[in-house]
Every structure is written in structure tokens, then in C-alpha cells.
Design a protein around this ligand. Structure first.
Ligand code: PLP
Length: 459
């Protein structure tokens, strides 16, 4: 009898949510640079094309973030103030078992979502925004500057800035600023200043506006404006929401929690899935599990999902490239489709970056992970299935990963495999309803580059 009760409790938890108590929140981040088979190639100075001296970056980034960027120790302690802010997001986030989706698909596979959509701004981006704002505050920065595309990163940094008492300025790509007011209003409500980019706030922006007063802008231009603003204002630093090693480090909280959660139910994922824009949410979930694979302790599969419109890892080249379209930032060795690639206007704004985090690029290049790409119409079909079965409205970015999960679950149905699938549910789509409206009206357009030209830099 007591045994039955025990079993049914376990089954229950396993069937719906897996929670962690606040005291179980991990207290260190995991740094994959400690376990990669070889060191990552160094970033290059854009003027000399030689490895950059990290100190040169101190005018742009907080010191501790630069240290973390090149750190090789396996664990980095999370400061108490950051732990406190994580707990109030709240973290730990639950893992949700998508049982109704499983039943609908008739699959023997088990589908688990790590729920990063529960953050106040609706995505995982707060995990690094909080850490970055904290280290800046601690070294005396008064003002943070950044860019944002669709606005997820802007809202996360605006929230973190108000938590730590920093001023925040955001350059938002003009088309998104005009077409997607929701996240702009959230950032303003948190107290951030937000300008459509190109703006009249920088020399670069003014030059572009003179040429075209209705310039639609793009992420590369917004980055250039944010960096110019940083360099021309006292006590100001720049903040980036993805791609860099320190951002992926902060996101490891997601996978560290997930690992503890799976230990609780006595299981281990067979396949770890996530969408990739710059790579931060996926690395965050995947790397603590990848540690086991790199050490020969697991044979889990790792699948990163991208858009066919921006096929950085499925069609890109593994080479040095700039981080922005103007060519002002250091060059990173990464899978890229070229910094001058004109990203098509897909609804998944967070997947519209030309490059990929250096460590993800390396792991894909060396076949520790694989990647797949989908068109947005099939992605929204998958999002619709999720909505109708689980009631969840996924962010367009997250929906890319859903599409793979559904395909994989249906493949398992054919083979009878009882695979355990773990996916990062990176964000909700309640501020992306215009994308759903286009889908429902049959108006979504698919894009695919005809050819990809990536300039080759040797070092
Ligand atoms: C920004 C964003 C992404 C893409 O960025 P990554 O750095 O690759 O995680 C994915 N999903 C959501 C919800 C986002 O806001």
C-alpha cells in the first residue's frame, strides 16, 4: 500500500511538473570552456586582425564580464545579490511534461519543457541581464546601453537595470519599434529610454537618417549606435544579450536546474533540444548535459534548431567574422552566413543574427551537436498544435524547437522508441500575436538565401 502511494506520487510529479525548491537553486554557473577538447580560438582585433587584448574591451564591458569571457575554471560562483534576484524572477523554473501533446501525437516518447517563459519579461534573457547589471553596478557604472531587435533583450535589460538602480538606454530596430510596440512600452514602463534605430542620438544614426529619413534599421546598425553611445558617455557600459561566452555562462543556470530536476525523477534526457539565434538559451540548457558527453559519461543527442531564412549553422562557414554589420566589433571564429547578410523579415526576431556563439559553432563543427532548419510556415503549424493541445502560445523562436520535437516524437512513434526529449521553452509568444495573426490568415512568407557569401579572414 505505502509502496503504491509512493509510486503514484512519483508518477504524478513525473506526469506534470518537476519543481525545485528555492534552496535547491544552483549557486555556481557552469563554464564549458573548462571541458572543451581544445581552447576556443581567440577573438581578433578588428583593426589589426591579431588576437585582441582583453583590456581594450574594458571601455565597453564591465571588467568581471571580460574576465568571465576568457575564464577557464569550471564553476563560477553566483553572487548573493544575483541569487536573490534570480529567486524573485522566480527561479528555479519548473519543467513541464507535455503529456497532452504526447497523447495527441500518439508517441511513446516523453516530452519535457524547461519553462523559461515564466520570467516577468517572458523569456530566458533575464538570466544574463541580471548578472550583467549587477557586475556593472558593482564597478560603478551608472548607465547601460544596448540594442534590441524584437525587444526581448531590451525588456530584460530594462528590468535588470531598474532592479539594480542603473539608467538604461536601448536602440531598437526602427521597423520593430513601429510594428511591435508591446515590448517598447514594457521597457519604458521599467524606466528605460528607448529610441528607434537609426536615431538622431548618434553620429552614425544621423548620417543614415540624412540618407533615408525612413530607414528601417537592422540589428547591426543598432549595435553600432549602442557602441558609439557607450564610447561617448561617461560611466556608461554596453551590454549584449547573446553570443558571448559570459552570456552563455549565465544561462547555464537553466541546464544546472534541469539536471537536478531529472535527478529527482531518476531519469536522464536522450535528446536535448533548443532554438538558436545567437545560441544563449540552447547553450544554457544543453551545456551542463554536454559536460557529461564531453567526459564520455553520456551519449545524449544534442539538436539545435534554426530558421531556414537565417541558416547560420546549417549553411554557414566556420570562420572569423565581425559581430556587427558595420565591422566595428572584434571578429569571432564562428559559424556565420556573413556579417553583411541581409536577414529576411521573419517573425522570429531573435533568430535573425548572422553568426553563432563560438562554443556552439565549435561543438556543431566537431559533431558533438547537430542542427536542423525549418521554414516559418511549418514552425507555426507546430506552434498551433502545441497551442491546441497544451494551451501554450510559444514565442516564434521557441516554436522552431517545438517543430523539431514534434517531428522527433512522430519518428519515435514509428520506431517505438521511448525517447526522453528535453526542450528549452525559451519564451512565450503573447507579445507576438501579429505573427500568429499572419499565420492564421495564411499570409506567412518563407525565405531562403539563394547564395551565401562569407568573407574569409585568415589568422
Ligand atoms: C532572444 C531569444 C531567442 C534567441 O536567442 P538565443 O541567444 O539563441 O537564445 C530565442 N527565444 C527567445 C524567446 C528569445 O527571446
Amino acid at each position: 500500500m505505502s509502496r503504491d502511494v509512493q509510486n503514484s506520487t512519483l508518477k504524478n510529479e513525473n506526469d506534470k511538473f518537476i519543481f525545485l525548491d528555492p534552496e535547491e537553486l544552483p549557486t555556481s554557473w557552469y563554464n564549458i570552456q573548462a571541458d572543451l577538447p581544445e581552447p576556443l580560438p581567440p577573438p581578433l582585433d578588428p583593426t589589426t586582425l591579431k588576437p585582441i587584448n582583453p583590456e581594450l574591451l574594458e571601455r565597453i564591458f564591465a571588467k568581471e564580464l571580460i574576465r568571465q569571457e576568457v575564464a577557464t575554471e569550471r564553476y563560477i560562483k553566483i553572487p548573493d545579490e544575483v541569487i536573490d534576484a534570480y529567486l524573485r524572477l522566480p527561479r528555479p523554473t519548473p519543467i513541464y511534461r507535455a503529456k497532452r501533446l504526447e497523447n495527441y501525437l500518439g508517441t511513446p516518447a516523453e516530452i519535457y519543457f524547461k519553462c523559461e517563459n515564466f520570467s516577468p519579461t517572458g523569456s530566458h534573457k533575464t538570466n544574463t541581464a541580471i548578472a550583467q547589471a549587477y557586475y556593472n553596478k558593482k564597478q560603478g557604472t551608472e548607465r547601460l546601453v544596448t540594442e534590441t531587435g524584437a525587444g526581448q533583450w531590451g525588456t530584460a535589460l530594462a528590468l535588470a537595470s531598474t532592479i539594480f538602480g542603473l539608467k538604461c538606454r536601448i536602440y531598437m530596430v526602427r521597423v520593430s519599434y513601429q510594428q511591435k510596440p508591446g515590448r517598447r512600452i514594457i521597457a519604458q514602463t521599467y524606466g528605460a529610454e528607448i529610441f528607434p534605430s537609426p536615431s538622431d542620438q548618434t553620429e552614425f544614426g544621423k548620417k543614415l537618417l540624412k540618407e533615408n529619413p525612413n530607414h528601417p534599421g537592422n540589428l547591426g546598425i543598432a549595435i553600432s549606435e549602442a557602441i558609439e553611445d557607450t564610447l561617448t558617455h561617461e560611466n556608461t557600459r554596453y551590454s549584449l544579450g547573446s553570443v558571448l561566452n559570459h552570456v552563455l555562462l549565465h544561462q547555464s543556470i537553466v541546464g544546472l536546474e534541469a539536471k537536478k530536476q531529472f535527478e529527482k525523477i531518476g531519469k536522464y534526457p536522450d535528446i536535448v533540444v533548443g532554438c538558436i539565434g545567437g545560441g544563449s538559451n540552447y547553450a544554457g540548457l544543453a551545456y551542463p548535459f554536454m559536460e557529461d558527453k564531453l567526459k564520455g559519461k553520456s551519449e545524449a543527442e544534442f539538436v539545435a534548431v534554426e530558421s531556414k531564412a537565417v541558416p547560420h549553422t546549417t549553411k554557414g562557414v566556420y570562420t572569423y567574422d565581425y559581430g556587427d554589420s558595420a565591422g566595428l566589433t572584434p571578429l569571432l571564429k564562428m559559424l556565420t552566413i556573413g556579417h553583411t547578410y541581409e536577414t529576411p523579415p521573419i517573425h522570429a526576431g531573435g533568430l535573425r543574427y548572422h553568426g553563432m556563439a563560438p562554443s556552439i559553432s565549435y561543438l556543431i563543427y566537431k559533431n558533438y551537436m547537430r542542427s536542423v532548419a525549418y521554414h516559418q510556415t511549418e514552425v507555426f503549424e507546430a506552434a498551433r498544435i502545441l497551442a491546441k493541445t497544451e494551451g501554450m502560445i510559444a514565442a516564434p523562436e521557441t516554436a522552431h524547437a517545438i517543430k523539431f520535437v514534434i517531428d522527433e516524437a512522430l519518428r519515435c512513434k514509428k520506431t517505438g522508441e521511448k525517447k526522453i526529449i528535453l526542450m528549452n521553452y525559451s519564451g512565450h509568444g503573447l507579445l507576438d500575436l501579429s505573427a500568429y495573426e499572419s499565420y492564421l490568415a495564411g499570409k506567412l512568407v518563407n525565405y531562403e538565401p539563394e547564395k551565401i557569401e562569407v568573407p574569409q579572414f585568415s589568422y
